[in-house]
Design a protein around this ligand. Structure first.
Ligand code: COA
Length: 165
């Protein structure tokens, strides 16, 4: 497969996302991590901050890059000449929501395909918000977040590890 897009909010990127990026990059010539706006969420990091953090975390994956887009995902795919996206599934509970989005995206762009990859077991409980909650109270996030951005996440919440402000 030529181009594959991995879309999401990445607020912030976690080790679960990096796991999907690594494995998906092995299946295509070019993997594009696309930071898009999820209108249902109030982000903690700006789009610029998220793109910068992702860039640092994926610098070792040669065929992966990061971009951002403010608009419909279905439109973005057309703009860049890509046909497929990949989404991670952590549990059955992700499925219903993902199915709805996949069908809507297909309605908007008939050429577009949505592929699913099972999240690795050790990351199946991770989400950006739970990691932010741990960081907010100074808990240890080193098992959940790439080391390149640990300080950025603590800094956002005005805390250091062990809860020291
Ligand atoms: N590891 C860790 N966390 C994971 C994960 C994994 N493998 N897979 C999913 N998650 C978590 C994320 O951390 C995030 O957690 P949070 O809710 O605590 O922040 C959550 O699962 C998924 O959220 P998000 O990244 O926002 O993805 P999404 O599936 O809700 O889709 C967009 C977000 C940006 C792709 C979607 O809103 C979009 O396409 N926006 C553009 C506008 C558009 O086209 N809308 C119509 C869509 S039909």
């Amino acid at each position: 497969m030529e181009k594959l897009v991995y879309p999401g909010s990445f607020d912030p990127i976690t080790l679960g996302h990096v796991d999907i990026i690594r494995r998906a990059a092995g299946l295509c010539d070019e993997l594009i991590v696309a930071v898009l706006v999820n209108p249902g969420k109030q982000p903690s990091f700006t789009i610029g901050e998220r793109v910068d953090m992702i860039r640092r975390c994926i610098s070792g994956i040669d065929n992966a890059s990061v971009r951002s887009f403010d608009g419909l995902l279905a439109q973005y795919l057309q703009n860049i000449g890509a046909r497929a996206i990949i989404k991670g599934l952590r549990a059955v509970s992700d499925y219903e929501y993902e199915l709805q989005m996949a069908h809507m995206n297909k309605k908007l762009n008939i050429e577009m395909e949505t592929l699913f990859m099972m999240a690795s077991l050790q990351y199946s409980f991770l989400s950006s918000s739970t990691v932010k909650d741990v960081a907010r109270y100074g808990g240890d996030i080193s098992e959940f977040i790439p080391e390149e951005i640990i300080e950025d996440v603590y800094a956002k919440f005005g805390r250091g590890k062990d809860g020291i402000s």
